[in-house]
Design a protein around this ligand. Structure first.
Ligand code: WTA
Length: 705
């Protein structure tokens, strides 16, 4: 048995004593000279005295069909409306308005995973033509109109933004489900959004293999039907146009090859539908504390203004740059910072189909060199993976980044430094962008031409965003106090979601109930938004995000709910009880581990581990696959019968389990600990001594499941 990590009582003051301040690094003069925002007067303009009018500066980056009369409508908190009375169309703003000046400029350069397949370059003119033709198809063949919802389940292929923009052109609300999610997960989202059309693809490349994707559409439609929603039409794009590349047959009368249908819509143009600013643009589902994912609903005017402004000033995109956001459009990062933000500021964006290390860890740097990428954007998971598998690869290639982003998880200072020194060749600025599906765009980060970088800290609030750390009683935790707390945003902003689709009560309950003191108040000051993250603030105002405080596990930048994992595990006949906890992982940040106890009559010999792993992959998707499934006689429980997730998280991570004497079955803890830790020791999977704030995050479960 190895030593468990010592003194495990992770009080906030201990976290503080562990927290080492990192050095501050100023951006290079060359970057500052060309930055879209280098005038410090911007901080005065975005001072709270000018709230909410300061967000006009973002909205003015767009072309409006009709001006708004009310910048912020607070009549029904916390459902805030921005730019009320204004009208616009998102597809017009991302495409049409650039034609006069830049129709021949590349909007997207798509790079296939197989390295010998040529790129596809899509100019703004071509994007315009394709969006129009597909919009005509959606309108005339599918009968879709403004306000209808459509589910997309597509991989990283240019047809995905084409489909999104075609929906936006009609005012149709798209709901793109991450391509790696299972057909079942897609089906549940079809039901929740009541979509009758599914847009998908036959196949795509991942890690050298052509995957059958169409099979997931059949599963999704079947799952939706169980939930009472009938999908009338499945539109299937082909990975190789003209050549259907899936072994799964098309279903007569339901499935249609898009390119066949498009023949009837060649040259068709569709007038962009002028939408009210508060009309929903899309839904993006994300995990929360219950098993049911939340459909975050984003608006047209507020959202688009916010992503346009942050793309221009934080991503520092100029029309002549080559911008590569290495994320999947199936997540909010791709919606905001591959599609809507960059296109609204006339960017040229790289889209890459596959995995970072295919066929070797030099691939991203070859792409960057060949295409002249100068802005690079990715997640700590990808950075860790590339650092581990090819630490010296970047220097072999002649590319030069002026700007790099990190997003989605806390980044360890050592990893940050590798990103800065090796990937960025000490030339690029780094912006660490803290935000969420709910927030639409960045909320904590640095303005790259004006604010210094600090490894491991995202920075202060973004322009116009005023974060505050609150303790359990709602008192403000002072900057520099060294204490962690719940980070909230004290004011509304245009990029924030409008509601949880179909469940406004859950929206209020999840994000506002804890800190709102007066539910009848019409004053926005009474409605701080609770992000669900724990954070600390240094004396200089920079935030360090320590991780989720709720039942969400952030696996390689993907949010998974512990309840979602547990209910998937419980679909296995033999499983009596299940609990999911996060375990530390060097590359992915966190990975889920599942603890189960069995119903009478079953034993470990029934391939419990395999069954649970398969069930989770099938129900949620391979990203949710647990690293371990531990089968125990019984799980540690409180006297009231709740499973102590905190205790098993401590076991998985070799941390102190604390006082277990008040449990109903304290003896179980030692049995489980022996089983898990000796197996991990044997397999060489003992985690390193974890920093205190990481320990606190791993054992954060306030309530037991
Ligand atoms: C985490 C992704 C630290 C955080 C855009 C948040 C981060 C969750 C950062 C949202 C960052 C995101 N530093 N943690 N820069 N960015 N997170 O909804 O816990 O997929 O609540 O949105 O990721 O994940 P989501």
């Amino acid at each position: 048995m190895t030593e468990s990590n010592d003194n495990m009582d992770v009080s906030e003051s201990q976290i503080a004593s562990h927290w080492r301040e990192e050095e501050v690094i100023e951006p290079k003069a060359g970057f500052v000279a060309q930055a879209n925002m280098s005038d410090p007067a911007v901080f005065d303009r975005f001072g709270l005295d000018n709230f909410p009018e300061y967000f006009r500066e973002y909205a003015d980056l767009l072309s409006w069909d009709q001006d708004w009369h009310t910048t912020l409508d607070t009549s029904n908190p916390p459902f805030f409306n921005w730019f009320l009375g204004g009208k616009l169309n998102a597809s017009y703003n991302c495409v049409d308005r650039h034609l006069a000046e830049a129709k021949n400029k590349a909007a997207f350069i798509w790079v296939a995973e197989p390295e010998d397949e040529g790129d596809r370059v899509i100019t703004y003119q071509e994007l315009y033509v394709r969006v129009n033709e597909f919009a005509a198809l959606l309108r005339d063949f599918c009968g879709l109109k403004a306000g209808d919802r459509v589910t997309l389940h597509m991989p990283m292929i240019p047809e995905l933004p084409v489909a999104m923009l075609a929906c936006a052109r009609l005012g149709v609300v798209h709901s793109q489900v991450f391509g790696g999610f299972s057909g079942n997960a897609c089906g549940d989202r079809i039901v929740d959004s009541e979509s009758h059309v599914l847009i998908t693809m036959d196949s795509y490349y991942r890690n050298g293999k052509l995957l059958d994707h169409k099979v997931k559409a059949d599963e999704a439609v079947a799952q939706a039907e169980k939930g009472g929603v009938k999908v009338d039409k499945v539109l299937v794009w082909e990975r190789f146009p003209g050549k259907y590349s899936s072994p799964t047959p098309m279903v007569e009368g339901r499935d249609y090859i898009v390119d066949d249908l498009l023949k009837d819509f060649r040259g068709k143009r569709v007038d962009p539908v002028s939408m009210p600013a508060e009309a929903p643009l899309f839904l993006m589902y994300t995990s929360g504390t219950t098993a049911k994912p939340k459909g975050c609903q984003h608006s047209t005017g507020g959202y688009l203004s916010y992503v346009a402004g942050t793309s221009k000033y934080y991503q520092d995109i100029h029309p002549e740059d080559v911008y590569w956001c290495f994320a999947d459009i199936g997540w909010i990062t791709g919606h905001s910072y591959i599609v809507y933000g960059p296109l609204s500021v006339q960017a040229t964006s790289v889209l890459y189909e596959g995995v970072p290390t295919f066929p070797d860890p030099g691939r991203p740097w070859r792409i960057a060199e060949r295409l002249g990428v100068n802005i690079f954007h990715t997640a700590p998971t990808t950075i860790r993976m590339l650092r581990k598998s090819g630490p010296d690869e970047p220097q072999k290639y002649d590319y030069h980044f002026k700007h790099m982003t990190t997003v989605g998880e806390p980044i360890e200072p050592e990893v940050w430094r590798w990103y800065h020194e090796v990937v960025g060749k000490n030339e690029a600025v780094i912006v660490d962008t803290w935000w969420q599906t709910e927030t639409g765009g960045f909320i904590g980060t640095t303005l790259p031409g004006l604010q210094a970088m600090k490894p491991g800290s995202c920075g202060p609030g973004a322009l116009g965003i005023y974060p505050v750390i609150l303790d359990e009683d709602g008192n403000e935790v002072e900057p520099g106090s060294g204490k962690a707390g719940n980070i909230c945003i004290s004011n509304p902003w245009p990029g924030f979601m409008q509601t949880i689709y179909g469940d406004p009560d859950r929206f209020v309950e999840t994000y506002f109930a804890k800190y709102n003191k007066n539910p009848n108040s019409k004053d926005w000051r009474d409605w701080p938004y609770m992000t669900g993250d724990g954070a600390m603030q240094a004396a200089d105002g920079y935030f360090r995000i320590v991780g989720r405080i709720d039942d969400v596990i952030n696996v390689a930048g993907h949010r998974l709910g512990t309840k979602e994992l547990e209910s998937a595990a419980l679909t296995v006949e033999a499983i009596g009880e299940a609990a999911a906890v996060p375990a530390y992982d060097e590359l992915k940040g966190r990975v889920p581990e599942i603890y189960v106890s069995l119903k009478p009559g079953y034993s470990v010999d029934d391939d419990i581990e395999g069954q649970v792993k398969r069930a989770i992959s099938q129900i949620i998707g391979p990203i949710a696959r647990p690293s371990h499934v531990w089968v125990a006689e019984d799980l540690p429980k409180t006297r009231s019968g709740k499973i102590m997730r905190r205790v098993i998280a401590a076991v998985s991570n070799f941390m102190d389990v604390g006082d277990t004497t008040t449990l109903a079955n304290p003896e179980v803890v030692e049995e489980v600990r022996l089983m898990v830790q000796s197996a991990k020791v044997k397999a060489g999977q003992v985690p390193p001594n974890l920093p205190k704030e990481v320990q606190a995050e791993l054992m954060r479960f306030g309530e037991e499941s």
